[in-house]
Design a protein. Structure first.
Length: 283
């Protein structure tokens, strides 16, 4: 079967909306509530977009949304394909390539993660300063992509300007932001306590099962990337109770208003800064 090209999905997006946002947000657990605060212009189920993945996690609807967040035009992605569901990396990262072809310049990835850093508490938010990819695969493995580099520099995956906007958003929304290194595993089992101790020694502050493939592909496409974790639980061995998906969902729900406020404040700063940038350009 011939692979679906991201350009096909991007052409569909062009038809679905006249809006041309430059910012996209991938909404993971803990950040879904941002949808409730968005002025929605158009919701498109992934099933209507060529090459978009089927989506499996509860609470994620599998929709691409055109709208405004705090007055800034954005695309929101509610639901993502995870590697642990058995999808190929091409599928996990397809939406990111489609967004790049559509003209999205800046990408904010969000996720739920376990806290490895002993200072972290469930309900904290962490801005990613860097990542460690222990998923066992690289999303760029395979055929070269026309017009995209083969060997992608990851010296600074997470953009300093976008991170500064996140810090500003944290101050405005009065939400304390942690900063740290996200370590990605394939899942879907949670880690053993020995793995979590090892990850701490490697320099990880949080562990999760997403985000890194999308961030790498976005960098290959030349996007600016930032990422935010909702620390939904203490990683294995750091808490007296066993881990459960129910705990992850319960924390995500408890802090959903804070997560949504943070994203709205970020979108607001992003809109203001982009405007300043474009004014400068015109001057
Ligand atoms: N480990 C891996 N992924 C996760 C966790 C965790 O503890 N919590 C939420 N996603």
């Amino acid at each position: 079967m011939k692979a679906i090209r991201p350009q096909t999905a991007a052409a569909q997006l062009n038809q679905f909306s006249r809006s041309r946002p430059t910012l996209a947000l991938v909404l993971g657990s803990g950040f879904q509530h941002a949808l409730a605060t968005m002025v929605i212009e158009r919701r498109i189920p992934y099933a209507k977009l060529a090459g978009f993945p089927p989506v499996g996690v509860r609470g994620h609807t599998g929709e691409l949304i055109f709208g405004q967040l705090a007055g800034t035009p954005v695309i929101g992605l509610s639901g993502r394909a995870h590697f642990y569901e058995g999808h190929a990396m091409d599928c996990v990262t397809f939406a990111i390539r489609a967004l790049a072809e559509f003209g999205i310049r800046d990408l904010l990835l969000t996720n739920a993660a376990g806290g490895v850093n002993r200072r972290f508490r469930p309900g904290d938010f962490m801005v990613l300063s860097d990542h460690i990819n222990l998923m066992g695969v690289n999303p760029l493995r395979g055929a070269t992509v026309a017009g995209r580099p083969r060997f992608v520099d990851l010296t600074q995956v997470y953009d300093s300007q976008l991170n500064a906007m996140l810090r500003e958003a944290g101050r405005a929304a009065k939400i304390k932001l942690r900063r740290g290194v996200y370590l990605a595993v394939s899942g879907p089992s949670y880690e053993t306590p020995a793995e979590v101790r090892a990850f701490a020694r490697l320099g990880a502050d949080a562990v999760g099962m997403s985000t890194v493939p999308e961030a790498i592909v976005a960098r290959q496409c030349g996007m600016r990337v930032a990422a935010l974790s909702c620390i939904t639980n203490l990683a294995a061995g750091l808490s007296p109770t066993p881990l459960s998906h129910a705990e992850v969902l319960a924390t995500a729900e408890r802090v959903q208003a804070a997560g949504a406020n943070l994203l709205a404040a970020f979108a607001k700063y992003h809109g203001q800064t982009s405007l300043e940038g474009s004014n400068k350009h015109e001057a």
